[in-house]
Design a protein around this ligand. Structure first.
Ligand SMILES: NC(=O)c1ccc[n+]([C@@H]2O[C@H](COP(=O)([O-])OP(=O)(O)OC[C@H]3O[C@@H](n4cnc5c(N)ncnc54)[C@H](O)[C@@H]3O)[C@@H](O)[C@H]2O)c1
Ligand SMILES: O=C(O)[C@H]1O[C@H](OP(=O)(O)OP(=O)(O)OC[C@H]2O[C@@H](n3ccc(=O)[nH]c3=O)[C@H](O)[C@@H]2O)[C@H](O)[C@@H](O)[C@@H]1O
Length: 294
């Protein structure tokens, strides 16, 4: 929308999304919002498709796993069908979860992954693997222009407060004076990317010449205990850290190798975790009505 040459159509079934996040643009002449589920056919005329629709927080994607896999498979088929009909270029937001519980560290795009095909996370990680396969089959068979981003844990303002992912959980807990829930063992790692860096990476990938898959993420790697300590230090030093049970198949380590993104897209993240957390804190404080204490 910031580029005046663009007209934007947003399609969402609001399963985890919110109209509030789009308030700024509703009513703008270059903007349209459609309530639609991508598992149904969509007929619009476009030249770029950013296919992001999919529940992404583990608590939401496990809530209705059959719907999650339908969104990944039928939803991606429908978006590819649309791309084929109108000759659009399509970008899929795949995930670092295609690497499963990785045995190679950090993860380059050439790694095929270590994924449980029948586990409670499979609707999401195997779903995204099939979505990538569909993208490449449409590309080879029908000549569709495709782009695949493998996104690593991304966070930022305007996330659903009860999204359930670790950064939003810890920030909301710190602001509510509730203990930070570190799932065992707490030594598992993630690499957190700030949302503006991610958006910049996705646009570069879409407008560049490479199909991908390309990892887009921030290589700064933290254990969940380190993340909790950092949130405590920056946001609420009085808060406790509480150890809780983990869920099955939780990946033990995750860090992107971003050599390809640097070389092919000229992209690398700019915002460090310690800079991104306060930006998210500010937005969460406003929405939770939590005033800053001295
Ligand atoms: N944020 C991350 O760390 C991360 C990491 C890897 C991949 N991704 C991918 O990026 C995309 C966006 O993730 P996010 O973090 O913004 O998640 P999110 O849950 O905040 O947003 C997903 C959006 O998709 C919509 N949606 C879900 N199912 C739909 C359907 N059947 N039809 C239409 N809309 C539907 C939701 O309502 C929501 O607006 C997802 O595809 C996700 O898998 C995100
Ligand atoms: O980046 C990715 O590729 C994937 O990352 C996340 O999956 P996950 O890393 O499991 O996300 P979280 O739920 O934020 O969990 C991260 C870690 O924090 C831990 N955690 C989570 C929540 C919490 O309250 N406490 C806590 O310690 C989990 O055990 C896990 O080890 C996203 O949810 C997926 O959509 C995305 O595709």
């Amino acid at each position: 929308m910031e580029n005046e040459k663009n007209e934007v159509i947003v399609v969402d079934n609001y399963f985890t999304g919110s109209k509030d996040n789009l308030k700024k643009w509703i009513g703008h002449p270059r903007f349209e919002l459609i309530r639609h589920d991508v598992t149904e056919t969509l007929l619009v005329e476009v030249d770029r498709i950013y296919h992001l629709a999919c529940p992404a927080s583990p608590i939401f994607y496990k809530y209705n796993p059959v719907k999650t896999i339908k969104t990944n498979v039928i939803g991606t088929l429908n978006m590819l069908g649309l791309a084929k009909r109108v000759g659009a270029r399509i970008l899929l937001t795949s995930t670092s979860e295609v690497y499963g519980d990785p045995l190679v560290h950090p993860q380059p795009e050439s790694y095929w992954g270590n994924v449980n095909p029948i586990g409670v996370r499979s609707c999401y990680d195997e779903g995204k693997r099939v979505a990538e396969t569909l993208m490449f089959d449409y590309h080879r068979q029908h000549g569709i222009e495709i782009r695949i981003a493998r996104i690593f844990n991304t966070y930022g303002p305007r996330m659903n407060i009860d999204d359930g992912r670790v950064v939003s959980n810890f920030i909301a807990q710190a602001l509510r004076d509730e203990p930070l829930t570190v799932q065992n063992p707490g030594t598992q790692t993630r690499s957190f990317c700030y949302v503006s860096d991610m958006v910049d990476g996705l646009i570069r990938l879409m407008e560049g010449d490479h199909t991908g898959p390309i990892n887009i993420g921030n290589p700064g790697e933290f254990t969940m205990l380190e993340l909790a300590e950092t949130v405590k230090e920056l946001i609420n030093p009085r808060v406790e850290i509480k150890r809780v049970e983990n869920t099955p198949d939780d990946p033990r380590q995750r860090k992107p190798d971003i050599t390809k993104a640097k070389e092919l897209l000229g992209w690398e993240p700019k915002i460090k975790l310690r800079e991104g957390l306060p930006l998210m804190e500010e937005d969460f404080r406003l929405r939770l009505g939590a005033a800053k204490k001295n």
